[in-house]
Structures are given as structure tokens and as C-alpha cells.
Design a protein around this ligand. Structure first.
Ligand SMILES: Nc1nc2c(ncn2[C@@H]2O[C@H](COP(=O)(O)OP(=O)(O)OP(=O)(O)O)[C@@H](O)[C@H]2O)c(=O)[nH]1
Ligand SMILES: [Mg+2]
Length: 503
């Protein structure tokens, strides 16, 4: 539905002779369609007013600034294209075109778009692209037969709830506006099959490009309300060993110099940064640069992160930049399949073994054909868990992380405890575990930097299950060089907490 925009105009000479020839031809053959597009016309030739049998008139890409009143005589018109003209004014007589089904009036002067169009109640397609509209024109709501509406390239900040009254709408195009939200009334449009929007308002591009209108809107309805600005980003430092990555992290976060040993694996450091009025947190991922670790970097290189490649600049290191840049390029865009060319089948067992070694996945069957990768699970927790695990009836335990709850921690816990899990009750940051008639809810909150554990059941089984869970957490905590965490035991009866800190 998008017209070409911001086209360079060189004011071509007016080709009136060609226009007259086409009109004469139309009269001779009583043609129902006439195109006078791209002829540099400054005004519409008067002869057009006599073509009362026309059903389609295309005036696209001319220099017409006023549409004459005689347009109202073309009462059989079903399709009218006025786009890409410096059109300032449309006459009131336009309302006489009661048969008009399709009107394209994109990329004209905003003053040309008036409520007169709202009287064309039989319109099924309306294109209002590139008009600098900063408000949704109310008169559109009169056009109850609209099936296709395009409002791209405007400055719309919001849409009215009443857009849900356009019950015939099948296609709605809204790209390149300033929309921050969508009205949920769009979900009531039963015929809507194509919603063309930018990745705005918490709807990631992965959803927009793959799903149909209703799937997009259902997703939006689920996340709306839960949304809040995270104000966080991921900064990934890569480069050869000894190039100075860890030293730079220390300088950025502490503004101090210190000598470090080689980084084994990955260190994640939180770095608060003030950006305008917002306090933003960067999570800096500092990779060990020794060659032996390069193979595992790929698992952590994700899209939507800021990459910083460090090179030493010494002689003989010229190739390093290219090496790291291509590594970032090839892996950062890789979100669930292994392309055959880069990953022939023969290397799959090796990759899987590597992923299992780093506890990034676990097998779901004995044949080794299906694997669960917790980092690819949905973020959404199954519903009603709070009802099933009421705090006052559960054995409660909490971990609070002073600086950061490392992103990989919960997926690793999920991999380690898969044998205790109820089928399907697992999401990216938590799971429900089961053992000897006792059940445990393990719920991680990465933003809130805490893990909450609630265990239901009776007798010793409850304590045993909590003990197993804690054992896993403690082992994982120990594998991080420095991870200050406070443990809280929740008492059901007195509601007090006992705590212990380790770092
Ligand atoms: N001359 C110079 N030396 C630096 C600079 N930055 C770091 N170094 C030194 O380079 C050595 C390695 O620094 P690190 O920050 O540990 O290097 P790294 O990239 O984290 O190394 P790995 O953890 O093995 O990947 C240390 O001796 C630092 O003091 C710099 O800007 N100039
Ligand atoms: Mg280092």
C-alpha cells in the first residue's frame, strides 16, 4: 500500500498534447479507464468533465494543485488516483461520486485531505500516505465499508478506540508513524488479516513479520500492561587475549586501573550510565580472549546487543579486527537454525556436545533427537501459579543478588534439574519441579535480581525438595567468581525472614 515517497521532482514540461490525445482516444472508444499520470499537467483539461462514462481515472504524478468542480460530473467513477500532486484543494462536488470505491490521495498537500472524503461512504480502499497527518481524521469513521486503509508515513501518535468501528477492515497499514500504542479495539475487527506496522510498542519484528493481524494483536494484548521500560542494554566486549578488555571494563565501571589475570570464560559487570534523564544499566559481557574459548562465544553472541571489538594496534595484529568483526557478524544474527552451508550435519553432534558441556541444553528423549534450549523458551510464566503456590501455605526461600542475576543462571538451573520437572511447566526464567508428591515453584526475576522458591506438600518431602533445589543453586553460584547473594528463609507462621549472605 506504500507509495514511493520523497521523490525528486524536476517539474517536467506539461505534456498537454499527449493528454488531449489520450482524452480524444477515450472519447472515440468510449474507454472506461483513463490514465493521465506523469504528464506534468498543471491543471486537469476541461474535456475530462465530459467523460461521464469513466469508471477509473488516474492522475498520479502531475503538478495539479486544484481539482476542478467538474470532477463531480464523473458520477460513474469507481477508482480515482490523485496521489503525488501538489494538490491543495478538493472541491465539495467530490461527494457526488457516490460510486467511488477506491481513492488514492497520498503525497499531496495536507490541506487537500478534508471531511468531504468522509462523505464517500461506499469507499472500500483509501490511501492517505505521506500527508503529515498528526491526528487520525475522525471522518474516516464514516467510511464503514472500508476494507483497506493506509496511513503510512504520517505523524500519527495514537489511534482512536473508535477505529474498532470499521468492522469491514481487512488491511490496515501504519508504518512510519510515531505510534507508541495500539488500541485494543483493533482485536474486535474480525475481518482484519493484515496489520502492517513497525516494530513498535513492545511488538518485536519477529512477531510482526511472521504472524497475521490477530496473532500480532493477541500478543500485544498479552504484553500490554505488563510493559515497563527496562532501561538496560547488553554491551559485549570481544578481542584477542590480553588486548585489554577487562582493564577497560574496570576503567568504565570504577574509573580505576588494575591488573587482571586472564579472564576464564565470561564476566558480566553491571554499569550504571546516565543517558539524558534516564538511569540506564549496561550489562557488560567481557569474554576471555584466549583462542580456546572462541568456539563458545557463539552461544552468547546475540542480536540487539552493542558489540565493542578491541584490537591492540600492534604490528602483526591487522587481521584481528576482521576476524572478530566477521565472528560477530556471523553469530549475532543467528535467533534457531543451523544453516547447512556453515553447519553441515556432520558438525551437529559436536555442537550439541559443546552446548551440553556448557549446560545450554538438555536432551528431551533417549534417541538424542530432541533438545530443550531454555534460553529459547518463552518468557511468559504459565498462569495461576500464584494460586497453586500460596505463600502462606508454602515453604519459602529466596535468593537476592546484590549486583546482577546473571542471564545464564536460570537456564542452567533448568538444564540441571530437568529430571525433576513437571512436563511443560518451564519458561525462560523458571520452572515447576516435582518429587515425592511435593511440588516446587522456582521463579526467577532477572530485573528484580531475585529467585523465589515456594514448595508445597507435606512432611519431609517438602524440605528434601527444597534442599535439592538449593544444592543446585549453590553449585551454580560457586561457579561464578564473585556473585554476592543473600539467602532468605521465609517463615510461614511468624512471617519473619532469616538471612545469610555469601559472596
Ligand atoms: N599499554 C597498554 N596496556 C594495556 C592497556 N589496557 C590493558 N593493558 C594491559 O594489557 C594486559 C592485559 O589486559 P586485560 O585487560 O587483562 O586483557 P583482556 O583482553 O581482558 O585479556 P583476556 O581476559 O585474556 O581476554 C594487562 O597487563 C594490562 O595492564 C592499554 O590501553 N595500554
Ligand atoms: Mg580479560
Amino acid at each position: 500500500m506504500k507509495s514511493s515517497r520523497l521523490r525528486m521532482r524536476t517539474n517536467p514540461p506539461e505534456n498537454l498534447d499527449e493528454a488531449k490525445r489520450l482524452i480524444a482516444e477515450c472519447i472515440e472508444h468510449q474507454n472506461q479507464r483513463l490514465s493521465l499520470s506523469g504528464l506534468g499537467l498543471r491543471r486537469l483539461p476541461e474535456e475530462v468533465g465530459s467523460l461521464t462514462w469513466l469508471t477509473a481515472l488516474d492522475l498520479r504524478d502531475n503538478l495539479i494543485s486544484e481539482l476542478p468542480e467538474f470532477i463531480g460530473k464523473l458520477m460513474k467513477l469507481e477508482s480515482l488516483t490523485l496521489s503525488e500532486n501538489p494538490l491543495r484543494l478538493i472541491p465539495e462536488e467530490l461527494y457526488l461520486l457516490t460510486n467511488l470505491r477506491s481513492l488514492s490521495i497520498s503525497h499531496v498537500q495536507p490541506s487537500a485531505v478534508s471531511s468531504t472524503i468522509g462523505q464517500l461512504v461506499n469507499l472500500t480502499t483509501l490511501n492517505l500516505d505521506d500527508l503529515e497527518l498528526d491526528k487520525f481524521p475522525d471522518w474516516i469513521l464514516n467510511l464503514k465499508n472500508l476494507k483497506g486503509l493506509s496511513l503510512e508515513g504520517n505523524r500519527l501518535k495514537e489511534l482512536p478506540d473508535s477505529i474498532g468501528e470499521l468492522s469491514e477492515l481487512e488491511i490496515l497499514a501504519l508504518r512510519q508513524n510515531e505510534l507508541k500504542e495500539l488500541p485494543l479495539s483493533l482485536r474486535g475487527l474480525k475481518e482484519l488479516r493484515s496489520l502492517i506496522i513497525d516494530p513498535i510498542v513492545g511488538i518485536p519484528s519477529e512477531i510482526i513479520t511472521v504472524f497475521n493481524a490477530h496473532q500480532i494483536l493477541d500478543y500485544y494484548a498479552r504484553v500490554k500492561g505488563k510493559r515497563q521500560p527496562i532501561n538496560e542494554f547488553k554491551l559485549i566486549l570481544v578481542g584477542q587475549g590480553g588486548v585489554g578488555k577487562t582493564t577497560l571494563v574496570h576503567r568504565l565501571t570504577k574509573n580505576k586501573y588494575k591488573e587482571f589475570r586472564r579472564t576464564p570464560g565470561i564476566n558480566i559487570t553491571k554499569w550504571p550510565v546516565q543517558i539524558e534523564n534516564d538511569q540506564v544499566h549496561a550489562h557488560i559481557w567481557d569474554f576471555g580472549g584466549q583462542e580456546i574459548m572462541h568456539g563458545t562465544h557463539r552461544f552468547f553472541m546475540t542480536e540487539r546487543a552493542l558489540y565493542l571489538v578491541l584490537i591492540s594496534g600492534r604490528e602483526g595484529t591487522e587481521d584481528h579486527a576482521e576476524y572478530w568483526l566477521s565472528l560477530v557478524r556471523s553469530f549475532a544474527g543467528f535467533a534457531d537454525v543451523l544453516p547447512n552451508r556453515s553447519y553441515p550435519k556432520a558438525v551437529h553432534p559436536y555442537l550439541l556436545a559443546l552446548m551440553r558441556k556448557f549446560q545450554l541444553c538438555h536432551p528431551l528423549d533417549d534417541k538424542g533427537e530432541k533438545y530443550l534450549i531454555p534460553e529459547l523458551l518463552t518468557k511468559e510464566e504459565p498462569e495461576l501459579l500464584d494460586k497453586e503456590f500460596p505463600p502462606d501455605k508454602c515453604l519459602g526461600f529466596e535468593y537476592r543478588y546484590d549486583t546482577v542475576l546473571p542471564e545464564g543462571l536460570l537456564p542452567r538451573f533448568i538444564v540441571e534439574t530437568y529430571f525433576l520437572r513437571e512436563p511443560k511447566l518451564v519458561w525462560r526464567t523458571g520452572a515447576v519441579l516435582e518429587r515425592a508428591n511435593c511440588r516446587a515453584l522456582v521463579r526467577g526475576d532477572v530485573q528484580g535480581r531475585q529467585v523465589v522458591i515456594r514448595v508445597t506438600g507435606v512432611g519431609n518431602g517438602q524440605r528434601e525438595l527444597l534442599g535439592i533445589i538449593r544444592e543446585h543453586f549453590e553449585r551454580i553460584h560457586r561457579s561464578f567468581e564473585k556473585l554476592p547473594v543473600t539467602e532468605l528463609v521465609r517463615s510461614r507462621t511468624t512471617r519473619t525472614s532469616l538471612c545469610r549472605t555469601r559472596s
